[in-house]
Design a protein around this ligand. Structure first.
Ligand SMILES: Nc1ncnc2c1ncn2[C@@H]1O[C@H](COP(=O)(O)OP(=O)(O)O)[C@@H](O)[C@H]1O
Ligand SMILES: [Mg+2]
Length: 262
């Protein structure tokens, strides 16, 4: 079998995606197109199904119905590691950095899918591992640099404030040059200055070859950074459009923006 690749600048297409757990419908018939080169926002009240949608895209959850396609490849039946190898990457709702490792080492873990010998090998003090480790460290420093936080490369997570930890997690998610980057509530737990820095970092990640999707409750952040927004409500796609269109949609105001303070 030849190694499948996703060509540059391909959109990710989701068609009729549904997900249920033991009779509970979590996602219902979601169809949408996520464009490369844009920042897409995914918003909706707690429990709307945003994280579950990400889990379907990365293969953690198997949809009960529907298709996921990118660059002519059908993805819905591929296991998570195959999707990671095709360029799917994500950050999680809760910061998940390894406390024993430095920030640069944490970022190097994001190269897992590219490493011939596996990332553990790159940590071992063997000659082959040493060369790979040096290369991986250079890539990790490059990713930290892109997010403007190269100065924390040799710090440990416990020494850093939440804003820098979030950026470090995003560095780990981008170090492998993903085609699809899914960020789940990156501003959770950040103060307003950290959130502003995060917004600046996200805008710098916009790239013609990257499908970038951000789930977020911070409406100012979403409206600021996104080109297009999809609104989920109890597992259904309620609305989509530019930030201005979504903000002006009465349905959206009713179910979501109206109780922004929840
Ligand atoms: N593994 C699971 N098993 C059962 N129910 C789940 C599972 N994952 C998510 N759900 C349910 O799916 C719904 C949507 O959850 P989630 O995707 O986390 O929403 P959001 O991220 O929008 O807050 C919730 O009702 C949640 O309880
Ligand atoms: Mg969630």
């Amino acid at each position: 079998m030849s190694a499948a690749v996703i060509q540059h600048a391909e959109p990710l297409r989701v068609d009729g995606l549904s997900l249920s757990f033991g009779g509970i419908q979590v996602l219902s018939d979601i169809s949408l197109r996520l464009e490369a080169g844009e920042i897409t926002g995914l918003i909706g009240p707690n429990g709307a199904g945003k994280t579950s949608f990400f889990n379907c895209l990365t293969g953690i959850y198997a949809p009960t119905q529907g298709g996921i396609e990118m660059g002519g490849l059908r993805l819905e039946a591929l296991p998570p590691f195959r999707r990671a190898a095709l360029g799917f990457s994500r950050s999680f709702q809760h910061v998940a950095l390894c406390p024993e490792l430095t920030i640069a080492e944490n970022v190097m873990i994001g190269l897992d899918r590219l490493s011939r010998a596996g990332w553990l090998h790159a940590f071992l003090p063997l000659p082959a591992g040493r060369k790979e480790r040096a290369r991986n460290r250079a890539l990790a420093l490059g990713a930290l640099e892109r997010l403007g936080i190269a100065q924390v490369a040799d710090s440990r997570p416990a020494e850093l404030p939440p804003g820098l930890l979030r950026l470090a997690e995003i560095a780990r998610a981008i170090v492998g040059e993903p085609r699809v980057l899914l960020l789940d509530e990156p501003a959770a737990g950040l103060n307003s200055i950290e959130t502003r820095d995060l917004a600046a970092a996200l805008k710098k990640l916009r790239s013609p070859d990257l499908v970038l999707v951000v789930v977020e409750h911070d409406m100012d952040l979403i409206m600021d950074v996104c080109d297009r927004i999809f609104v989920l409500n109890v597992g259904r796609l309620l609305a989509s459009g530019t930030p201005a269109q979504v903000r002006a949609n009465p349905e959206v105001v009713k179910v979501y923006l109206g109780d922004e303070d929840e």
